[in-house]
Design a protein around this ligand. Sequence first.
Ligand code: ZN
Ligand code: ZN
Length: 438
Amino acid sequence: MANNTITLPSYTLTPRPTLIPGVSDPLLQLLAPVVAYWVFSLFFHVLDTYDWCTEYRLHTPAELLKRNHVTRYEVVRDVVVQQIIQTAFGLFLAHFDPVETVGREDYDVAVWAQRLRLAQSYIPSALALLGVDALALSNKVAEYPQFASVLAGGIYPTPTAAAPWESFVAKAIYWVAIPFVQFFVAILLVDTWQYFLHRAMHMNKFLYTTLHSRHHRLYVPYAFGALYNHPVEGFMLDTFGTGLAYLLTGMTVRQGMWFFTCSTIKTVDDHCGYAFPWDPVQHITSNNAAYHDIHHQSWGIKTNFSQPFFTFWDKFLNTAWTGGDVSSRYQRDRISAQKKVDAGTTPQQPSVVNSPEIDVDKAKQQALSSQRQVLDDSVNGGVRILEEEAREEQSVKTSTRRSTRRRTSGFDPKALSDRVAGSLHGRSHAILHADGAH
Ligand SMILES: [Zn+2]
Ligand SMILES: [Zn+2]
């Protein structure tokens, strides 16, 4: 057995050539997410500015103008400050990193082939436990030489070289499976870090009013507001959270470049203000713009803490919004007016309101506790927010009554209602009247 080992190739390490000439990879790793942030934001900003895709908007342009408590200038300024802090911190850390080298790849692949060979050596004894004679079986399948060699315990004509299948699987492990696991674990780490920190910021009044309430000045989120945070929060939540995941999963600089850029794009998309049927980023997981938008509403602020990738922590720990169709909360008068027009009558529909799928009491409690948080925050929240929302709803109601014959804009509350509800697992026609505040 001693000579049945694949020989490992020798290798020479050389510094990894940079992806873009003249820009070091560690610097590119820090710049790529910043560039991605503004390019993607610009795309959504163009949609906003030219009124394109209005049918997919989560909020009306009027809401965008009236309901936010921070100017676009302040948002851009604070995001730039955060990105400067993030880049400076990254450069500081990169200073201590050794220079990345290449040249070892074939050696590492051969190590995996060696491990496969070792694993095969246990096959005859494992089959013997099941009462199967591995060698006899191996002789029977002699017309498939690679399979026969596996059954024989990894005995090959040229024992020191990897068989074709061994080298294929070893390459797949090294180049595909391990990076996939690294990305997946990093995503779980970031989701876990952000969920608990984000949740703590909503549970602790000091943390909320001092740090996190700044992000919640955006009741109508837009793309480039995604990283609008208090600098301390931005550092703890995003910079430190993703940095830790990067270090713990042992990613290379280039893997980190992809990971940071993908995380940034996901965060921008979660705040973009559009629920697109064709945006892959919004359908890979159930966490998307419609889901996170609930968290930005005064009645949903104490729900849907999960970000940026998956929603499993909200589900495990019962913090997901449970009130069913949420769009009805800010559009319910509009929808109900439209329904009356469509139906021609005004029948009561208690079966929908009391649908057993919806936990009315929990939803009521979620909405009340959310509104309490808004009231508790005297600087960025307060009673004026709830008053403004009531006024906004009233004006929507009035304008809807005025235009009952035809819809004047591309904004379709029914379609919006279906899409948002769709992201909450198909409760597409449930309309909840349970906020208790009006
Ligand atoms: Zn929050
Ligand atoms: Zn947000």
